[in-house]
Design a protein around this ligand. Structure first.
Ligand SMILES: [Zn+2]
Length: 495
């Protein structure tokens, strides 16, 4: 009760409040800002294919990663959710763009309102929810999942998905939300644009017609930078520009017709090429696997339990019992009557064609630094670190990407010296596992630690003050305390 404390020692307490309250408000208002932008399907090498001055300006003034390994399957929904959770698809539960959940009997499709059912998303918690629960504020413009109520929360500010809203309008909203009045301005924003994915599918990445599409994306990046500058946010906001996946060139000569090998009576088709997910009919698993084995050299057939460890794609009920993975450039269809695209993604995430761009710039990042490689799941602990929010258990590693930061994070706490970051070479075994990298928690606590130290200093002063006053009034208490503490200490030692 404040009144009681005031009666006991008003002077030191007032000092305590005077220091602690500004520390608390400093922690809220001083939270660094971060804007995460995804240009869907922006392959890593697009920036060197045509002049992209705005990308290169950011790289010169910030950081880039030469190689970014995203998550399997290299589709849009799984990878966008990995970026904001730091989890592989098997762990966050958005395992594909098209899913079936045997536990509920429900289906998920990008083409239906099923994407708004929270249950699909709630095997994980996106960063905006975690940040808001920690007292921060977030904003979203069309990011997959950001207009779904997940664990009871929407982003503080968000736009319901509407593909007809222009990039410029999305930017205008996000910039306005970042520049709101104190107490309303957001700390973290996610911004999504559908290109160059749509053109990549329609034209194929090798088409010369992709050149102006890529140049236009660079113009859009320039528009965002100009808008941030105009709002006075450019030096304050950490800008991360990346994507969910790349794009591979397809060919009408490279089609695998499943009907040639397998009767449709034997299975339900759940997800599409290039990683086709099949649910065999009751009791037909072995027959399906038998008919597909060695059926076509341009596809690999996996029984779910035998999916390679490096894909981290086994441990979820939404992963179907049979997966058919086409080799790069090949398309699996039931027959040739279906729609055909000249570009696609979803293949093995170690393929260069599947990997996205990564560029970041802002006060948290170094200048003109090139990171050799990273995994897209590493971005989550990095963002948590920058935003000073405690990361949830995740598959990423801050240690793997901390060289991109402008300031050296503090060393790992002594209590976790043996914790090893998860790496592609040491995949988890058994059920989905998580790794909170060393240092991630420690630095996320930095503002808290600062406040704590401030309070400890004041409490120290308080103790000395009271002691001095008390000792003057009761000189014998000093001796009595020592006499009482000694037996207790010995008793403890004998236990
Ligand atoms: Zn995509």
């Amino acid at each position: 009760m404040p009144g009681c404390w005031l009666r006991g020692g008003g002077g030191p307490l007032v000092l305590l409040w005077a220091l602690a309250l500004p520390l608390a408000s400093l922690r809220r208002s001083d939270r660094p800002k971060l804007l995460l932008l995804s240009f869907d399907g922006f392959r890593w090498d697009y920036i060197d294919r045509v002049p992209t001055p705005h990308f290169h300006d950011l790289i010169e003034d910030g950081v880039t990663a030469s190689r970014v390994e995203n998550v399997y399957v290299t589709k849009t929904f799984p990878n966008h959710y990995s970026l904001v959770t730091g989890l592989y698809a098997e762990s966050h539960g958005i395992v594909a763009n098209e899913m079936y959940d045997p536990a509920t009997g429900r289906s998920f499709s990008m083409e239906t309102d099923s994407i708004y059912e929270p249950a699909w998303w709630e095997q994980a918690e996106p960063l905006w929810v975690t940040l808001q629960n920690a007292g921060g504020r977030s904003a979203a413009a069309m990011w997959p999942g950001s207009d779904v109520k997940i664990h009871g929360l929407y982003p503080s500010r968000y736009l319901p998905y509407n593909a007809s809203v222009t990039f410029e309008d999305r930017v205008a909203r996000i910039v306005r939300w970042f520049s709101g009045p104190e107490g309303e301005a957001v700390d973290f924003g996610v911004l999504y644009w559908e290109e160059p994915d749509e053109s990549g599918h329609a034209l194929g990445p090798q088409s010369p017609l992709m050149d102006p599409v890529i140049a236009d994306i660079d113009e859009k990046l320039g528009f965002l930078v100009a808008a941030l500058k105009e709002a006075g946010l450019y030096e304050e906001v950490n800008l991360v520009v990346t994507s969910d996946h790349g794009m591979a060139q397809l060919s009408p000569d490279k089609i695998i017709e499943l009907d040639q090998y397998l009767s449709r009576d034997l299975y339900t088709w759940v997800d599409r090429s290039p990683v086709v997910a099949l649910l065999p009919k009751e009791g037909k698993l072995d027959e399906v696997l038998g008919k597909l084995a060695d059926a076509n050299p341009n596809m690999v057939v996996y029984k779910k339990e035998d999916v390679p460890e490096r894909f981290h794609y086994r441990h979820n009920g939404r992963i179907m019992p049979v997966l058919i993975e086409a080799k790069e450039g090949w398309t699996v269809m039931q027959n040739r009557t279906g729609p055909f695209m000249l570009g696609n993604h979803g293949y093995d995430n170690s393929l260069r064609s599947m990997q996205p761009v990564f560029v970041a710039r802002g006060p948290a990042f170094r200048h003109n630094y090139v990171q050799d490689s990273m995994r897209s799941v590493d971005l989550y602990p990095l963002m948590c670190h920058i935003l000073s929010v405690d990361p949830l258990p995740n598959n990423g590693s801050l240690a793997a990407v901390r060289d991109m930061l402008s300031q050296e994070p503090p060393p790992p706490p002594p209590s976790t010296p043996g914790t090893a970051p998860s790496t592609p070479g040491t995949p988890p075994s058994g059920p989905p596992s998580f790794d909170v990298p060393p240092g991630a928690d420690a630095h996320s606590y930095a503002p808290l630690v600062g406040s704590f130290l401030g309070v400890v200093m004041v409490l120290g002063f308080l103790v000395v003050y009271i002691k001095q006053v008390t000792l003057k009034q009761l000189p014998s208490l000093k001796h009595r305390s020592r006499e009482m503490s000694q037996p207790l200490l010995q008793e403890d030692l004998h236990l």
